[in-house]
Design a binder for this molecule. Structure first.
Ligand SMILES: [Zn+2]
Length: 125
């Protein structure tokens, strides 16, 4: 597990112990680690791992798209809301990158509005 320890030292925000509870989107990463521990996957590089995480997140989002609305920041109808679980909603603007999450659609939208002007971009996380 040396590789994983090194990885988590560099990217503590990716450690499943830190975030599975608060962000189920990232739960896909925990699955990847379990599969790797069982020997089903061999990951050589962080780049390869990051590609897998990005792919898993994309697939989760594709399954979970709830509605597309007008973005509070850029005004374009590019704000995707994903219902990842019954109590985890995620808003992400496909144009300007602003985002927010919450236990309800309303809360996720409100947090997205609260982030106006903060320069957030979910693609840069
Ligand atoms: Zn926007």
């Amino acid at each position: 597990m040396g590789e994983w320890s090194d990885y988590f030292e560099d990217f503590p925000e990716e450690n499943p112990a830190n975030w599975v509870k608060e962000n189920p989107v990232n739960g896909v990463f925990a699955t990847i680690i379990r599969e790797q521990e069982k020997g089903k996957l061999r990951l050589k590089k962080n780049a390869e791992l990051n590609t897998m995480i990005a792919k898993a997140k994309r697939e989760t989002k594709a399954r979970s798209l709830l509605v597309v609305e007008n973005c509070p920041q850029c005004g374009l109808k590019e704000l995707n809301t994903y219902k990842i679980t019954e109590s985890f909603y995620l808003c992400e603007c496909q144009e300007c990158g602003i985002y927010g999450n919450g236990k309800t659609h309303e809360q996720a939208l409100a947090r997205t509005q609260d982030a106006l002007g903060e320069g957030l971009d979910w693609r840069a996380r």
